[in-house]
Every structure is written in structure tokens, then in C-alpha cells.
Design a protein around this ligand. Structure first.
Ligand code: LHQ
Length: 262
């Protein structure tokens, strides 16, 4: 059985990590499937938002450590650099560079590279059952899968260092206060609320949303002049899209817009 369930809900693709007995730890097959599913979602123009969640009581606890047990027993070091290049790097980039919104729907525990996956998404929607632990330091590792880049940008350097160096659990309410997650709902409400948010994103002006996220990310390292030039170029493209015409027409006609994602 695959460790990843892929389903369509309207114009959104939902990816559910589905190894609840191992708290959705990422084994080879699940990572392969995740890379494939994210590539498919990126390439499919009919898909206009991507949600990533977990089944059972966890979102994801990162790398499957049991899978590496044999390597450790033999006294060998795992090939982490190769693994990061093969799976975690592509997954992190596919989520961040996806030309449509990506949302982590955090139903429960996230640890290690599971936190990194959530951080690679554009938005993080959580239930009160969600809790976070970077967990890398506890096993003598550095935060990886993009988290050294994403975490300080999401919560600021001071909080990022606190989370990484102290390694404490961050509970849902604290995560909201830190800006680590965007919303927290009671456990029973997450599915419905997250589905509504993802559906709203999936029926949005996809080209404009894709350019918005790309510009925000690109401009984190740009100077103002570069950012202004980037905005002008992207706005010229957005301004000639059908969704822009529809948005303005709907405004003038005093009705809700019907965006087609083009
Ligand atoms: C697991 C795991 C797990 C396998 C729970 N693997 N089975 C490294 C390598 C390469 C590149 C990418 O990056 C990384 C970084 C990483 O992601 S390293 C992994 C970082 N994650 C962790 O260190 C988390 C380890 N897990 C835990 O600390 C606990 O399981 C937590 C605190 C998350 C939950 O504790 P409990 O609620 O007490 O549950 P549990 O420990 O009993 O876990 C339930 C089952 O899940 C259990 O299996 P079992 O057969 O004994 O019932 C665990 O072995 C399994 N599991 N994490 N990462």
C-alpha cells in the first residue's frame, strides 16, 4: 500500500501522507510518490491549489528512522546528502515553486523534516492537536529540507534559533503566536475549515496568485529597485490575463468574480 493518498477535490489536489502506524514517517516509497504527485500537480493546469496533510494523529514525523536501522547497526553513516538531493530538496522546491498555492493542513504532530515540509508550503492551517518539534538537534543533526532557509523567514531569526537550539515542543496556540501557522481551529473543525480555504484558493486567479508567491520569495533577497522591476514585469502579464478582465468586470457589475485560473 502506498504511503501517499492522492485525491482531487474540485480544482484542488489533496495529498495525504498515509502511514499512520509510523506517524507518517517518510520512507523511500512515500518520498518517491510525493515527488511524482507534486510534479503531476505542478504540470496539470486544471489543478489550481495543492494541500498536504496526514492521516491519523500525526502530520509527519520526518525521515523514517527505522528504515535506516540496518545502516546504523552496521556502524555506517547514512547517505544524507544523496537523500536530500534525491527527495527532500525536490519536494521542498516543488512545494515552494509550485505555480499555484500550496497549503499544509496540520492535523497533528510534526517533527523533523515533517516541520520542514510544512514550512515549504505557502500557508499552514492547523488544528489544536497540531504540535511541532524541529527534533534534528535531539539526534545530532542540523535542520534540513529547506528549514534553515524557511524557518527564520517565517518566524524571524530569534524564534527560529529558539525553536532549533532548544528543541522544545511548540504547541498550536504558541505556533499561531510565533507566526509558524496561519490559522488554528478546534480539532473537529480543521477538515471543514481547511477544505473551504483550499477551495477558495483553488477558485482564485491562479496566475496572479502564482506570480504573487514567486515575487515574494524572489524579492526576499532583492533590493527595492529589483523588486519594483520584477513587479512591473509580472503585473504586465497579470494585467493581460482573462482573470484580471473578469475580476474588474465583476467589480463593475457588482457581482462575485468567476476566475478560470488563466
Ligand atoms: C517513527 C518515527 C520516525 C520511523 C515515530 N521514523 N518511525 C534526516 C535524514 C535525511 C534527510 C532528511 O532529514 C532528516 C531529518 C529527519 O526528519 S530525522 C527524523 C526526525 N524525527 C524525529 O526524530 C521524530 C521521532 N519520533 C518521536 O520523537 C516520537 O515518535 C514523537 C515524539 C513524534 C511521538 O511520540 P509518541 O506519541 O510517544 O509516539 P511513538 O514514539 O510511540 O511513535 C508511534 C510509532 O511511530 C512508533 O512505532 P511502533 O511500531 O513502536 O508503534 C514509532 O517508532 C513510529 N515513529 N517517529 N521518524
Amino acid at each position: 500500500m502506498s504511503g501517499l493518498e492522492v485525491r482531487r477535490d474540485g480544482a484542488a489536489t489533496w495529498l495525504t501522507l498515509n502511514r499512520p502506524e509510523a506517524l507518517n514517517a517518510l520512507d523511500q516509497a512515500t518520498k518517491d510518490d510525493l515527488v511524482t504527485a507534486l510534479r503531476d500537480a505542478a504540470d496539470d493546469r486544471a489543478v489550481r491549489a495543492v494541500a498536504l496533510t496526514g492521516s491519523g494523529r500525526a502530520f509527519c514525523v520526518g525521515q523514517d528512522l527505522r528504515e535506516l536501522e540496518g545502516t546504523y547497526r552496521e556502524g555506517r553513516a547514512p547517505d544524507f546528502a544523496g537523500e536530500l538531493e534525491r527527495h527532500y530538496g525536490p519536494i521542498c522546491r516543488l512545494l515552494a515553486e509550485m505555480p499555484k498555492p500550496t497549503v499544509a493542513v496540520l492535523n497533528g504532530v510534526a517533527a523533523g523534516a515533517g516541520v520542514s515540509l510544512a514550512l515549504a508550503c505557502d500557508l499552514r492551517l492547523a488544528s489544536t492537536a497540531a504540535r511541532f518539534r524541529l527534533a534534528f538537534a535531539a539526534i545530532g543533526l542540523i535542520p534540513d529540507a529547506g528549514s534553515t532557509w524557511n524557518l527564520p523567514r517565517v518566524v524571524g531569526l530569534s524564534r527560529a534559533l529558539e525553536i532549533a537550539l532548544l528543541g522544545d515542543w511548540v504547541e498550536a496556540d504558541q505556533a499561531l503566536q510565533f507566526g509558524l501557522v496561519n490559522r488554528v481551529w478546534p480539532e473537529g473543525d480543521l477538515e471543514r475549515q481547511a477544505a473551504a480555504t483550499v477551495a477558495a484558493l483553488a477558485t482564485g486567479p491562479t496566475l496572479a496568485l502564482a506570480r504573487t508567491k514567486a515575487l515574494f520569495r524572489d524579492h526576499l533577497g532583492a533590493d527595492l529597485a529589483g523588486a519594483l522591476a520584477g513587479e512591473a514585469k509580472a503585473q504586465a502579464a497579470a494585467g493581460s490575463s482573462r482573470d484580471h478582465l473578469e475580476g474588474v468586470t465583476a467589480f463593475l457589475e457588482k457581482r462575485p468574480p468567476r476566475f478560470q485560473g488563466a
